[in-house]
Design a binder for this molecule. Structure first.
Ligand SMILES: NC(=O)NCCC[C@H](N)C(=O)O
Length: 261
């Protein structure tokens, strides 16, 4: 007898629509280039539509129209299976973003833990690979923040590994991971690739960030075609989106959503 396929609920992701003053977002490592707010809105819709087309249910966090970097929802909250950890943003101007993110995860019924000052930690510094959680020690994330996260995660069976980040804004600006756990990164942005169990260099700065949509599909920026080819040669299906206006603000594909997983 054929096994009966049990319908799985759609995977879910949080997103937050761009603020009115998006163009005033923080910049650390790159020069300011003019952001087109209308194009940014179109690109954000395209990003959300790409998630939906791949079977993801997207849940909007209440917009924060006055907080320019609020679209980068990944930095405000991180979900680890059955708990959500609300970040302690390392940039003063981003501290107002966490309340809405916390309310959104609470509405989903996910128990919330909070990180607090003097500890700082941005979600963009957190990369989960199986039960290993790499955390960038960066301009935004400090030792106290990393220790506090370790205190929450160690009893849950996660190993937290601190990673130095000095050449990029966040850990995930420099590296992310393919579905098989291979860490991918653009070498000029990576302080020490040897901390990762397996590391694959990619040829473009915008090719470092992938959002894993399922075991064989990744979402990435259309600004990194050679990296996309590399992933395709490894057997992955690549969904590419144009997020140029967010890249001008040091954002990437991962920053624009939080997967509930
Ligand atoms: N996770 C991320 O890499 N987020 C990008 C945040 C960009 C924003 N302009 C910032 O500087 O905080």
């Amino acid at each position: 007898m054929e096994p009966v396929a049990v319908p799985q609920p759609a995977p879910r992701a949080l997103v937050r629509r761009p603020a009115r003053n998006l163009a005033e977002g923080l910049l650390t490592h790159i020069e300011r280039a003019e952001v087109d707010p209308a194009l940014a809105e179109t690109q954000w819709r395209g990003y959300v539509a790409a998630l939906a087309a791949e079977g993801w249910e997207t849940i909007e966090v209440e917009p924060a129209p006055e907080l320019p970097d609020s679209v980068f929802i990944e930095d405000a909250v991180i979900i680890f299976g059955d708990i959500a950890v609300v970040a302690s943003p390392g940039a003063e101007t981003r501290r107002g973003e966490t309340a809405g993110a916390e309310a959104a995860v609470a509405r989903l019924g996910i128990p919330v833990r909070r990180l607090d000052l003097p500890g700082t930690l941005d979600g963009g510094d957190v990369l989960k690979v199986g039960r290993t959680v790499y955390v960038g020690r960066s301009l935004r994330t400090n030792d106290e923040g990393i220790e506090a996260l370790r205190g929450i995660l160690a009893p849950r069976g996660y190993t937290v590994v601190a990673v130095p980040i000095s050449r990029a804004l966040h850990l995930k600006t420099a590296v992310t991971a393919l579905p098989d756990g291979t860490v991918i990164g653009f070498p000029p942005l990576v302080d020490d690739p040897s901390v990762f169990e397996s590391f694959l260099p990619v040829p473009e700065a915008h090719g470092t960030a992938v959002v894993v949509l399922d075991d064989r599909t990744v979402l990435m920026s259309s600004a990194a075609p050679r990296s996309a080819e590399l992933f395709a040669r490894r057997g992955y299906r690549v969904v590419a989106v144009d997020i140029s206006e967010f890249e001008k603000l040091e954002g990437c594909v991962t920053c624009l959503s939080v997967r509930v997983r």
